[in-house]
Design a protein around this ligand. Structure first.
Ligand code: DLZ
Length: 160
């Protein structure tokens, strides 16, 4: 799936107002220059869409592997959507595969178990340059896109 033509730099038309919703953000400290940029993008999307800062709670975890555990701290509370932000960069070993599989499966299971949107805002790239390109670079900011997705999903779930 290529990102070359899919970066969102502004809010899509017809995006619901984010003001009524509470968001939890879990962010990985690993590759923090990238995840910090993703956080900035997510915050920009939420606030541009009307979210108040008091309705956005941020928690840090050491690495992307811990995103699921971090997100689980929000699931039993009154949050409308949870955003997981991380950046896993391919190294010489299979560590990359284990981390990516664990976080993708973990947050999917969490979402189903608690009937709550948990958004996958994790970059999984071969190089640091590819990550930079997707964290405010030439392919936009995937954190911003995660923020937009969280608003859409919060709205969808609130209508049930
Ligand atoms: C150990 C590790 C490595 C090698 N690479 C990354 C990475 O690229 N991105 C990331 O978010 N985390 C990495 N980690 C840390 C793991 O996610 C995790 O924190 C440790 O394995 C401890 O459970």
């Amino acid at each position: 799936m290529s990102s070359a033509h899919q970066s969102l730099s502004k809010l899509p038309k017809n995006l619901p107002n984010a003001e009524p919703y509470q968001f939890g953000i879990v962010i990985s400290e690993w590759n923090e220059e990238i995840t910090g940029a993703l956080l900035q993008g997510a915050m920009e999307a939420l606030t541009l869409a009307g979210s108040k800062s008091e309705n956005i709670i941020i928690k840090y975890v050491p690495g992307s592997f811990e995103l699921t555990a971090g997100a689980s701290l929000f699931t039993e509370q009154n949050f409308d959507a949870i955003i997981c932000l991380g950046c896993v960069i391919q190294g010489e070993t299979r560590h990359f595969d284990f981390i990516c599989d664990a976080v993708a499966n973990g947050i999917t299971q969490l979402s189903i178990q608690y009937n709550k949107p948990v958004i996958f805002g994790v970059l999984t790239t071969n190089t640091m340059q590819q990550a930079t390109d997707r964290a405010g670079g030439k392919y936009g900011n995937k954190g911003f896109e995660a923020g937009v997705t969280a608003i859409k999903m919060a709205h969808l779930f609130s209508a049930q």
